[in-house]
Design a protein around this ligand. Structure first.
Ligand code: TYD
Length: 212
């Protein structure tokens, strides 16, 4: 499957409110300007079925969802999204930019929810074996700093109703992923201005020959 991939797969990770969306938008604007073909997508979601799964996961009315069910729904949405959205774009040689991916399942479900890495690895085997990103940009901003930055968080979003302790755990989970695979991750200091972060991300992509 790997050999059919012509495009590169870049994912963006970070705590809620770290500034991922701004960076992804700035990169997409740059790619538009340069005439580089890309696909901008997100998890959970990105396609018809995975967006439907997303609304079940994030619905504030589903407070009684078990942690295992949540993790399996993220994994299910991911498999579908890879097949119907990411893989075709990679085959066409597009640069795929994905807002969150499997590292979020390790940070949120394995670490913060406490389900453990073994369970999350098992249910995400398809993604881990066939679609490991070429590069993962981690926007490094602690939950405290992120929440200060993010005004008007959506109170009906189940993930955002979780407390600060939960988000501190998420951050720990991300840091452990970064330490485990330092060559796949590129860490950006989230306290910098958006413009400086954008420039850093661009030079990281150029250094790795993802962009010319
Ligand atoms: P979203 O509104 O897209 O948040 P953000 O803008 O911060 O990316 O909601 C996605 C939420 O789902 C977010 O809180 C992170 C969480 N999530 C997981 O818990 N596990 C996962 O595998 C993924 C992809 C996301």
């Amino acid at each position: 499957m790997e050999s059919l991939r012509k495009g590169k797969f870049i994912t963006f990770e970070g705590c809620d409110g770290a500034g991922k969306s701004t960076q992804i938008k700035m990169l997409a604007d740059y790619l538009d300007k340069e005439g580089i073909l890309y696909l901008l997508t997100r998890e959970p979601g990105g396609g018809k079925i995975s967006e439907a799964i997303r609304s079940i996961i994030l619905d504030g009315k589903n407070a009684d969802m078990t942690d295992e069910c949540e993790a399996l729904l993220f994994a299910a949405a991911r498999v579908q999204h890879l097949s119907d959205t990411v893989e075709p774009a990679l085959k066409e040689g597009k640069l795929v930019l994905c807002d969150r991916y499997v590292d979020s399942s390790f940070a949120y479900q394995a670490t913060a929810r406490g389900l453990g890495e073994e369970f999350i690895s098992k249910i995400n085997a398809f993604a881990l074996e066939h679609f490991l990103p070429d590069l993962t940009v981690f926007i490094d901003l602690t939950p405290k700093d992120a929440f200060i930055r993010k005004h008007g968080a959506d109170q009906n979003d189940r993930m955002e109703q979780a407390g600060m302790f939960f988000h501190e755990k998420v951050y720990e989970g991300f840091i452990s992923r970064v330490k485990g695979e330092p060559e796949r991750f590129y860490c950006v200091d989230g306290k910098q201005t958006p413009t400086l972060m954008h420039e850093e991300i661009l030079s990281a992509l150029k250094k790795r020959n993802i962009l010319k």
